[in-house]
Design a protein around this ligand. Structure first.
Ligand code: PEP
Length: 248
């Protein structure tokens, strides 16, 4: 695996034409920073086209969600096989918008994670506390409960391609970014939780997400236990996203 990850979560943004326009600009830039993996997660309908556009560039493609069943009467859902068939390598799971807007519960996230790992796709598991939970000093408990639930039936041997994204819910899309010391402390905490759950935390990249922008990326990527970013809003513009990449 690479040492650093820069992951674009496009959420429900961009048409096929807009995707192509983005890459006409982005792929002209110098993408030569060593050991840094760029991953784009467009909406489902863009996956195939984006994968084709990025073929041979070293940039990888991820989905923003997946279902745990292989096929059948699950209207509106998508399987891991379909994603792989579109050129997908990664899948975001447990994003706070999936948890809060689409009411995804821990058990569903666990089933999805288990299915993704056994499919050969690589999961990006999002965890994070709400503002109230942080104010109530509940962050550790929330992170413990999210991690212990998602990883309940998974062993250290099968998480080779897992990335964990720490995304404080209050920092997503709000412009409120966690401070460097808060991120460092929380990432340490997550590493301790992983150890407690019998995982070798040195093998699981830990990335930060929540209002990462070119003006804070340098400070945040220099935190010793930050292995990269999951970026929403600032990944939609090729110049802005490239500015973040340039801070790695
Ligand atoms: C996200 O959606 O995962 C995210 C971090 O969004 P933003 O960068 O816009 O806060």
């Amino acid at each position: 695996m690479k040492n650093k990850y820069l992951i674009a979560n496009w959420k429900m943004n961009k048409t096929l034409d807009e995707n192509r326009d983005f890459f006409k600009i982005f792929l002209k830039k110098a993408l030569t920073i060593p050991k840094t993996q760029i991953i784009f997660c467009p909406p489902f309908v863009g996956l195939f086209d984006v994968s084709n556009t990025l073929s041979g560039t070293g940039i990888e493609v991820g989905a923003q969600n997946v279902y745990f069943e292989e096929s059948g009467a699950f209207t509106g859902e998508t399987s891991t096989t379909m994603l792989k068939n579109c050129g997908c390598v990664w899948v975001i799971l447990g994003h706070s918008e999936r948890r809060s807007i689409f009411l995804e519960e821990e058990k569903l996230i666990r089933r999805k994670l288990e299915n993704v790992l056994s499919s050969g796709l690589s999961p990006i598991l999002c965890i994070g506390e709400s503002l109230d939970e942080r104010k109530n000093n509940d962050t550790s408990n929330v992170l413990y409960s999210q991690l212990s639930s998602a990883l309940k039936n998974i062993s250290n041997n099968s998480v080779e391609n897992l990335i964990i994204a720490y995304e404080p819910v209050w920092a997503i899309g709000t412009g409120m970014v966690a401070t460097a010391s808060m991120i460092q402390e929380t990432h340490n905490n997550i590493k301790q939780i992983l150890t407690k759950l019998n995982f070798d935390n040195s093998k699981i990249p830990l990335i930060y997400g929540g209002s990462v922008k070119p003006n804070n990326a340098k400070e945040l990527i220099n935190i010793d236990n930050v292995d990269g970013f999951l970026v929403g809003g600032a990944s939609l513009d090729p110049h802005v996203f490239y500015d973040i990449y340039n801070k790695f």
